[in-house]
Design a protein around this ligand. Structure first.
Ligand SMILES: *Cc1c(COP(=O)(O)O)cnc(C)c1O
Length: 360
């Protein structure tokens, strides 16, 4: 029963469940492989630039349009600054997209499993959800298959996580382009993990007026803490999003750090290579130990463990100070999602896994 204070809150908000972020534990010596953070630190130049910005300028508002970053990104993606909007993390922009393109009660569409924030953002807005299952092996359904499903080619907004989370699967630009061409409403290609993939679909954002590509500095660029993400899209979509965002949505130190990142990309590219090599080794060794590992194009793997249910593995690994992620959804409850850490962290995970298997 709603008490008096509860009755002050909108029924929609009262009823909803908020997003549950992965745990940020304070346990000493814990190996954290649960939230897809990059195991390598930001580049020394990024840290130096950020430290150098800690001064009297805190008094002032930051640049309201992240002008320098947009100019640099425009060079990088061969588009114009007018094609780009920055956000307080890409999560902010995903929320803005719903507010900008979806009437309350209209549809937000996505595949399952994919990023579990989409339904929460849709719910906050009072939008309807059209969650369409991927194939059993987490590949993208063909257009013919979608036509025979509840997929809605006229949904005002569709999110596609590519490469996907938590499956780790990559989708080819060719198949994404087919989907984009068939889709009437806005389609956001959420490329949070694309730097660990073989292909990216950035070209589609400048080719089609209804396609948005979403990127973030969080995962590949070791900058979760600073909260900077961006969209690339047609200038008219960007201008519409720009109207409804907070004036100073990207904080000053975040802007400094993101800009310095763009001037030191080779440092990050070397880390992508290391993470991809560790991903391959972890995939091979876990497979040998009896795990079924989906092929990954991201900085994590989705692995079905042998012998015990996945939830028990979560606890057994935690008892050995290794934290991974387990999702209770029906499509993923048999799997563990494991972030690719350093080689030493991968070795610790493998050693703990062997001990757990031996104790069986
Ligand atoms: C982590 C993640 C994001 C959010 O990134 P931020 O820029 O840190 O808000 C968006 N989409 C997916 C699929 C992610 O995994």
């Amino acid at each position: 029963m709603a008490n008096k204070t509860q009755s002050l809150i909108r029924p929609l908000v009262r009823r909803m469940h908020g997003y549950v972020p992965g745990e940020q534990p304070k346990i000493k010596g814990l190996i954290k492989l649960n939230t897809n953070e990059n195991p390598y630190p930001p580049s020394p130049k990024v840290l130096a630039a950020t430290k150098a910005a800690v001064d009297g300028r805190f008094r002032l508002y930051p640049n309201p349009t992240a002008e320098k970053i947009r100019a640099k990104l425009a060079q990088l993606h061969r588009c114009k600054p007018e094609n780009i909007i920055l956000g307080n993390g890409s999560d902010e922009l995903l929320a803005l997209a719903i507010r900008c393109f979806v009437e309350p009660k209209a549809q937000v569409q996505y595949f399952t499993p994919s990023y579990s924030l989409y339904p929460v953002l849709a719910e906050i807005h009072g939008a309807k959800i059209n969650a369409v299952p991927l194939a059993k092996d987490f590949t993208l359904p063909s257009l013919a298959e979608l036509k025979n499903s509840k997929w809605n080619f006229r949904a005002p907004l569709t999110f596609v996580t590519t490469p996907n989370a938590p499956s780790g699967r990559g989708y080819s630009t060719a198949e994404l382009e087919k989907l984009c061409r068939a889709q009437k409403g806005v389609i956001v290609l959420d490329e949070a993990y694309v730097d660990f993939a073989k292909e990216n679909a950035m070209a589609l954002a400048t080719k089609y007026p209804h396609v948005i590509v979403s990127r973030t500095f969080s995962k590949a660029y070791s900058l979760c803490f600073q909260r900077v993400g961006y969209f690339v899209a047609h200038p008219e979509l960007i201008a519409a999003l720009d109207k409804i965002r907070d004036s100073y949505n990207v904080n000053g130190l975040g802007q400094v750090a993101a800009l310095a990142t763009l001037f030191d990309l080779p440092y990050y590219r070397a880390n992508f290579k290391r993470i991809i090599a560790t991903r391959q080794r972890l995939t091979d060794e876990l497979t040998q130990l009896g795990f079924t590992v989906a092929p990954s194009q991201t900085n994590f793997i989705l692995a079905r463990p042998p012998k015990f249910p996945a939830q028990q593995w979560l606890e057994k690994l935690r008892a050995r100070k290794i934290l991974v992620r387990w999702f209770k959804y029906p499509e993923t409850r048999d799997f563990l999602r494991i972030t690719i850490g350093t080689d030493a962290e991968a070795n610790a995970l493998l050693s703990a896994t062997r001990k757990i298997l031996a104790s069986h």
